[in-house]
Design a protein around this ligand. Structure first.
Ligand SMILES: [Zn+2]
Ligand SMILES: [Zn+2]
Length: 353
């Protein structure tokens, strides 16, 4: 046995050494570059998509906290139906997760809950990359009055880039009319109102409580007979929980207020007044996770996903969440980047990957 391991070690060293020196060969270098390029081309432009419009996949392109030091994507969810992509919020560090899994030119629409930076920080690159990847129409961005400054500002900021690319590649390759986003603005209400419908999904919006953001919204999404509620950023509000009974999935923001209050006290004890003020001020910004659980008592729900956890995920917070939701009758998930949840029109099963 010992001789076998010695032989295996020598073999590994020999293969590694040969491999290392063979990379100096121009022929080997070209072969490696060609292989990597071809696999990436297939990812970017290839036709290997699985088209199945009976399934909806929710992909978490961003599950992180606002202003977090952890390298998670900020808020972002992509709904994938066949080759169609619908994006809910586009926080910083989220677009790369979409583009490394799906084709950006297939993004059909973006829905924005509100204009806090952790919900819009990557919208500029999402729009640009979708355009240069060959999108056939301008990107329509749906939201309340919150999106007006966002879309017009990004459209203006990226105008020079558009001019350079059109001058370089020509209008046929990058049609300039497809570059600026088109905001589709509605006046949100307490009760759900229809803001988008196509052959795949229906999207309704409703007001949530994220004061001083006056027109922060959540969404109710219909996919066949499946219902998905997305709270956006909100304190506990009846506008969300009155819709939950009978829903398949509720995706809610969450705050562990026990921990935020404790951090406020720690900041005070250490005379870090800026942190003390910040922790105090955010306490009425998000829903306490214990209150979420309380409001779901006696509701018929398939899966609760807590997203946008504050404070940012840490081992103690994760343990707190696991303990808190260990005895609930519905499925529970604390969202992490790259999570995929699949629902099907023909089944009540919810698959979590
Ligand atoms: Zn917010
Ligand atoms: Zn947020």
């Amino acid at each position: 046995m010992k001789k076998f391991f010695i032989f295996l070690s020598i073999l590994t060293i020999v293969i590694g050494t040969v491999g290392y020196f063979s990379l100096s060969s121009p022929a080997v270098q070209k072969f490696v570059i060609k292989s990597i390029f071809e696999s990436r081309l297939q990812g970017a432009f290839g036709g290997s998509e699985v088209v199945n419009s009976d399934k909806l996949e929710i992909f978490f392109c961003g599950s992180g906290s606002p202003l977090s030091f952890i390298p998670e994507g900020a808020q972002c969810m992509a709904l994938i139906i066949g080759s169609n992509i619908y994006v809910i919020d586009s926080g910083e560090n989220s677009f790369g997760k979409i583009s490394s899994n799906y084709l950006p030119q297939n993004i059909k629409a973006v829905f924005i809950t509100h204009a806090h930076s952790d919900h819009i920080g990557d919208l500029d690159e999402l729009n640009l990359r979708r355009w240069v990847s060959g999108a056939q129409a301008p990107l329509r961005v749906y939201g309340s009055s919150e999106i007006v400054n966002v879309t017009s500002g990004i459209n203006l900021a990226y105008k020079n880039d558009e001019d350079y690319r059109v001058a370089h590649h020509g209008e046929e390759f990058v049609p300039p009319e497809n570059r600026p986003m088109i905001p589709v603005v509605h006046k949100p209400t307490d009760r759900p109102q229809l803001i988008f419908e196509d052959q795949n999904i229906r999207v309704e919006s409703f007001l949530v409580d994220h004061f001083p953001v006056r027109e922060a919204i959540g969404f109710r999404i219909f996919f066949g007979n499946k219902k998905i509620i997305i709270s956006g950023d909100t304190e506990i509000t009846d506008n969300v929980f009155s819709l939950v009974d009978g829903a398949d999935i509720l995706i809610h923001d969450g705050m562990i207020k026990d921990h935020v209050s404790f951090l406020e006290k720690v900041a005070k004890d250490n005379n870090i007044s800026r942190a003390e003020i910040a922790f105090h001020d955010i306490l009425d910004y998000h829903a306490d996770v214990k209150a979420i659980k309380k409001n779901l008592e006696n509701k018929d729900l398939g899966l609760l996903i807590v997203n946008h956890l504050v404070p940012a995920k840490n081992p103690i917070g994760i343990r707190y969440m696991e303990d808190l939701f260990s005895d609930v009758p519905y499925k529970f998930l604390l969202a992490r980047d790259n999570d995929k949840i699949v629902v099907s029109k023909n089944s009540d099963e919810i698959i979590i990957n």
